[in-house]
Design a binder for this molecule. Structure first.
Ligand code: GDP
Ligand code: MG
Length: 349
């Protein structure tokens, strides 16, 4: 699962890549750990040799200035977007006269809209091309008929200048569209990089926030500057620092969690003396497929999943007491994994 960082040049993409991955960015790809306090809870119970967080891959895409691009550059950018599973759109709201703005003024809603419009426009062109190609095709297979139908619905949404993530596509629709490389169906998160003073005053950006909500985009307001100051502090100091801004969680943590959701991921957990671990799977994944994330043999030889909620396991103090309380459920291969399920798989080898 790949999260693409997009936004104008100098808006803070590389700074955010560094913050999320916890290390100075080397090139434009990095891996981010997804914070999960449940792992700390489980570690206090099981005293494992290691604790493994869920991770996601981050890729910084070339900064693009809408309206100023040659066709080749636009296509290269869209190609890079196609390779991502969700977008983290960094938008600049900090002033900093020493940092040049490619459009000479700081205007977050203008910048946020401009990129989204580019993507919607690209999808419109693509959908039109696909529709006329299907119109001309002489073989009228059932599959093509279904594609025509879903593309007509896409054209309607895009025609209203709305992204495809608002088109209520079903899993079947997504299957039909999978090879077409449309851009706006993917999840999107908007990271608004503000000045520390704006954070302190809790300054709201109502116009931007309602625009984002209408477009199915989650907004996280953070200050890249502030985050860089607190990243190396002890947990306790960091919390004190944040509380001065009326915050309880760092922007980096809020962004990581929101990005994980935008990617459509949830975590199931495994816990033992060897290892406590969070496993990322797409929301809706069955128990059997989830088992395959750990090892293909567990998927092949799947018998049952023994599942407990994190809260029940913590309250019981371990699997043994949990089983005695009848709080461990035995689930079959079609069970849909839930975020925070603690699981032990039973399997034949
Ligand atoms: N004052 C201020 N400067 C920032 C902030 N975020 C990034 N910068 C600076 O803006 C410049 C561009 O940031 P960078 O992360 O390289 O932007 P990118 O082009 O989007 O990757 C760098 O000099 C950063 O130090 C911020 O929140 N406040
Ligand atoms: Mg950069």
């Amino acid at each position: 699962m790949d999260l693409g960082l997009v936004g104008l040049p100098q808006c803070g993409k590389s700074a955010l890549l560094t913050l999320l991955s916890g290390a100075p960015a080397r090139g434009d790809v990095a891996v981010a750990k997804v914070p999960d306090p449940r792992l700390d809870g489980l570690a206090s119970l099981f005293h494992p040799r290691k604790v493994v967080h869920a991770t996601m891959r981050l890729t910084e895409l070339a900064g693009l200035v809408p309206g100023r691009l040659e066709r080749g550059e636009r296509n290269a950018f869209f190609e890079a977007v196609r390779r991502t599973d969700a977008l983290l759109h960094v938008v600049r709201a900090f002033l900093a006269p020493e940092v040049p703005h490619p459009l000479a003024s700081v205007d977050p809603i203008r910048d946020a809209r401009a990129l989204e419009e580019e993507l919607v426009l690209a999808d419109m062109e693509r959908v039109e091309t696909l529709r006329s190609r299907l119109e001309k095709s002489r073989a009228h297979s059932r599959e093509e008929e279904l594609q025509r139908e879903v593309l007509a619905r896409c054209a309607e949404v895009l025609g209203e200048a709305r992204p495809l993530r608002l088109a209520r596509l079903t899993a079947e629709d997504e299957r039909l569209l999978a090879g077409f490389g449309l851009l706006t169906a993917r999840g999107e998160l908007l990271a608004l990089n503000v000045d520390e003073d704006d954070l302190r005053q809790g300054t709201a950006f109502p116009e931007l926030e309602s625009w984002a909500a209408e477009n199915g985009i989650t907004v996280v307001i953070f200050s890249s500057r502030l985050e860089a100051e607190i990243v190396n502090l002890e947990e306790r100091e960091r919390l004190e620092f944040l509380s001065a801004y009326g915050l309880t969680e760092s922007g980096t943590d809020r962004l990581s969690k929101a990005a994980y959701r935008a990617l459509g991921l949830i975590s199931f957990l495994t816990a033992g003396e060897d290892e406590v671990r969070a496993w990322p799977v797409a929301a809706g994944t069955s128990a059997r497929r989830a088992a395959g994330k750990i090892h293909s043999d567990i998927e092949k030889g799947f018998i049952r999943a023994e599942v407990a909620s994190y809260a029940d396991l913590m309250a019981a103090g371990g699997w043994k007491a949990l089983r005695e309380h009848g709080q461990a459920r035995l689930e079959g291969k079609e069970y849909t994994m839930q975020d925070g399920d603690v699981v032990e798989f039973r399997f034949n080898v």
